[in-house]
Design a protein around this ligand. Structure first.
Ligand SMILES: [Ca+2]
Ligand SMILES: [Ca+2]
Ligand SMILES: [Ca+2]
Ligand SMILES: [Ca+2]
Length: 498
């Protein structure tokens, strides 16, 4: 059973919010700070509540969390009818026909939208106490049986996600595209057609989703800014005009994140992309997520591309992005260096075409500029810089660093890079003892004593280092003082990369 109805004789309101939150992401629930509206319904053959715990078991492109509906919190796992309806009992008892914010959002979606009815609304508070948290992120799927027959009628229905009183559940971040069955949303392609009814069978999608709703949104992600301290989150869904043809809103995976984003976006998982074959960015509001199994992804932003994009990498991926314009074309840029929370850096570029947020990017290229962000230990730029500093006693200039970052990109790991470095710089007949003598001399500023060299040789032996490249990499990892370098942006020469 994918759904468990919320039952106040069994569950507490806090258990609802606990089902939404991902722990350990820098946000915490404020206990008891919850306002809940939901409905009950009963008929001869069916009874239940309008909100349920969802276990994530169905292939609906969303994980475990809650389903809030304007009817049955446990809808069928197939599309049984074009007009699935449950009407709340005792509507006045719950005040579910009055919510000025949800009503205003519905009216903004379509001026002819009727009064909201059968509303399920969960309002709660989170405490943000980690300065690394910039936004709260959630996953959503919205569906409705008003699709498609009551588009642009008083029955458009409405779903919303408000963070500190602003609705972020706007397709393409357009004020006229909230979660609602409007013609604007249908024309924009914001819904999957989940019906096999005869009138649109031939143009409908060949595969239906295991859910009652005739129209279902693509998987969506909200990235909404938060402030330090208390923040109020409100998620809700309602019928409009009447209580029939229900709608539902799945909410999952609420977490703090260390970057800013562009409201409601569609998530695209990136499975390929290399220097030779970069991923062309599509227009619209999109989140590109790079799984940890992808070692290298290269993205290309075109100057005629529009919309807000967020690219989210991870520690295992090397992320390179190319912007097809000059640095001077940027309106602004913001950088948050590596944070303990996000385990990565975040660069936000405001361009005339939209906001691009790069999370965990390693190298950002423009026509006339190149910026390395991978300056934490383990980054290619950290590796290149640390080798040069350790071997020569001083950091590289832009050209030398660019040359070695490029070689690092093409090297399997740090040892392979150190090997290439020795190939280039070690003179003929250079021995392991010569290498150690050189490194100690650079580090201490004086020629090392024989005793010190012997001590270093036995340390290396105890570390199990059995090649000069491993010794050089070990020395760089342990001797390079990266204070002021780690977390910095290093300007490189783009001609090495383009
Ligand atoms: Ca249906
Ligand atoms: Ca329908
Ligand atoms: Ca409805
Ligand atoms: Ca209803």
């Amino acid at each position: 059973m994918a759904y468990t109805h919320y039952d106040p004789t069994i569950h507490t309101p806090d258990s609802l919010t606990q089902a939404l939150i991902v722990n350990g992401t820098g946000i915490s629930l404020v206990p008891g700070a919850i306002d809940l509206k939901y409905g009950t319904y009963s008929s001869s053959d069916d009874a239940g509540t309008s909100i349920s715990f969802y276990d994530g078991a169905l292939p609906l492109n969303i994980g475990a969390g809650l389903l809030l509906t304007s009817g049955d919190g446990s809808p069928s796992d197939s599309n049984t009818t074009s007009n699935y309806t449950r009407s709340f009992d005792n509507m006045s008892e719950y005040g579910n026909d009055i919510d000025p914010q949800l009503q205003a959002i519905a009216t903004a979606a379509f001026s002819g939208a009727g009064q909201i009815r059968d509303a399920s609304i969960l309002t709660f508070q989170i405490q943000v106490s980690d300065p690394g948290v910039k936004s709260v992120r959630f996953d959503l799927v919205f569906g409705s049986d008003e699709y498609p027959e009551y588009a642009n009628s008083s029955y458009v229905d409405i779903g919303a996600v408000l963070v500190n009183d602003a609705n972020y559940a706007l397709f393409n971040n357009a004020a006229d595209q909230p979660l609602s069955v409007t013609k604007t949303n249908l024309t924009a392609g914001n819904f999957y057609n989940n019906t096999t009814l005869s009138y649109d069978y031939f143009i409908g999608d060949p595969v239906t989703l295991p859910i009652e709703y005739d129209g279902v949104s693509k998987p969506l992600t909200v990235i909404a800014p938060v402030q330090q301290g208390i923040n109020t989150i409100k998620v809700g869904v309602a019928d409009t005009g009447d209580k029939a043809y229900d709608s539902g809103l799945f909410v999952s995976n609420v977490q703090g994140v260390g970057y800013t984003g562009g409201g409601l976006a569609q998530v695209v998982e990136v499975t390929e992309g290399s220097l030779d074959d970069p991923i062309e960015i599509e227009s619209g509001t999109l989140v590109y997520e790079v799984p940890a199994t992808v070692p290298f992804s290269s993205f290309s932003f075109g100057a005629d591309d529009t919309g807000d994009k967020t690219i989210i990498g991870n520690a295992a991926s090397y992320i390179e992005t190319y912007f097809d314009y000059s640095v001077a074309d940027l309106l602004n840029a913001f950088y948050d260096p590596f944070s303990a929370l996000s385990q990565t850096n975040a660069l936000t570029l405001l361009t005339p075409q939209g906001q691009q947020s790069l999370v965990g990017a390693d190298l950002v290229l423009f026509k006339d500029g190149a910026y390395a962000l991978d300056t934490m230990p383990g980054g290619k730029t950290w590796e290149a810089y640390s080798l040069i500093d350790t071997a020569f006693g001083a950091g590289p200039d832009k050209a030398l660093l660019s040359e070695w970052v490029k070689i690092a990109q093409d090297s399997a790991d740090f040892t392979a890079l150190a090997d290439a470095f020795l190939d280039k710089y070690a003179p003929e007949g250079f021995t392991t003892q010569d290498l150690i003598t050189h490194l100690l001399g650079v580090f201490n500023g004086v020629t090392p004593s024989e005793a010190l060299i012997n001590e270093a040789m036995s340390l290396i032996s105890s570390q199990g280092l059995d090649s000069d490249a491993e010794i050089l990499a070990f020395a760089a990892e342990n001797l390079f003082d990266s204070t002021g370098f780690s977390g910095s942006i290093q300007e490189l020469d783009p001609s090495f990369f383009l």
